[in-house]
Design a protein around this ligand. Structure first.
Ligand code: DX5
Ligand code: ZN
Length: 230
């Protein structure tokens, strides 16, 4: 069991939705509100139709917090840039199965740098595409919206994919879900087997971050089988 399994459910604020004019302050506010895992959405305007930020920005705030940095690369040709995100101090690096023809070497490169290796899968991509590589993954991130923008509506049919992945991954792999997570759906996602919940709007649309973080965590703990309840 990895160190992070003991901390699940993990609510991971999606930094895409933060106020970038006050980035350091946003990180402080999140830490004070109890967040210890921050999700950095990297978009290249090519793999997804939006452009966000890259390794340089992440590196610029790395020293300001001890929080876990989870980089989600929504980019074409992730292999070309992996070392930049390793050097920037990301603790986990996740790239998309749709962006590569063979992910094994890249996943091993991330792991051999001592970081968690993640593969992400889009809502319309069948789980069979990712299944041969699950043993190489520390994180499997299921997108519950089409990647590219925050503030979209949760797509419920991805829960079937998560239920299937849950039966296939080993005990040390974390299942993450990303997109449209809210107080209305986090419990069904937890019931399906998710342990890491990326949330943008559900946190940053509120004026105080403590309350949404604690409500989301409580709802995610309250699974049907009670397995992760205290
Ligand atoms: C979408 C990103 C998500 C998104 C989450 O491409 O990967 O992390 O910003 O934001 P909400 O929770 O608003 O969907
Ligand atoms: Zn993301």
């Amino acid at each position: 069991m990895s160190k992070w399994h003991a901390s699940t459910p993990i609510i991971a604020p999606s930094m895409l939705k933060c106020d970038f004019g006050n980035l350091s302050q946003e990180i402080c506010r999140l830490e004070s509100a109890g967040a210890f895992w921050m999700h950095w959405d990297v978009m290249d305007g090519h793999f997804v139709p939006n452009l966000s930020y890259g390794a340089m920005l992440i590196q610029s705030v790395r020293a300001r917090t001890k929080a876990f940095f989870d980089a989600h690369l929504m980019i074409s040709d992730p292999g070309k840039y992996l070392n930049d995100y390793i050097r920037a101090g990301c603790d986990a690096i996740t790239f998309h199965i749709e962006a590569v023809s063979e992910p094994t070497a890249l996943l091993r490169q991330i792991r051999s740098a001592g970081r968690l290796a993640g593969l992400a899968i889009n809502p319309m991509t069948p789980p069979a595409v990712i299944e041969p590589y699950l043993s190489e993954c520390d994180i499997v991130l299921t997108m519950s919206v089409e990647p590219g923008f925050g503030g979209q509506t949760f797509i419920p049919h991805v829960l079937d994919k998560i239920r299937r992945l849950k039966t296939l991954v080993g005990p040390t792999t974390l299942l993450s879900i990303d997109g449209g997570i809210s107080q209305d759906n986090i419990r069904v996602a937890a019931d399906a087997g998710c342990q890491v919940f990326v949330a943008g709007s559900a946190i940053f649309d509120e004026s105080d971050y403590t309350l949404p973080l604690s409500i989301l965590e409580r709802l995610a703990k309250n699974t049907v089988d009670g397995a992760s309840s205290p």
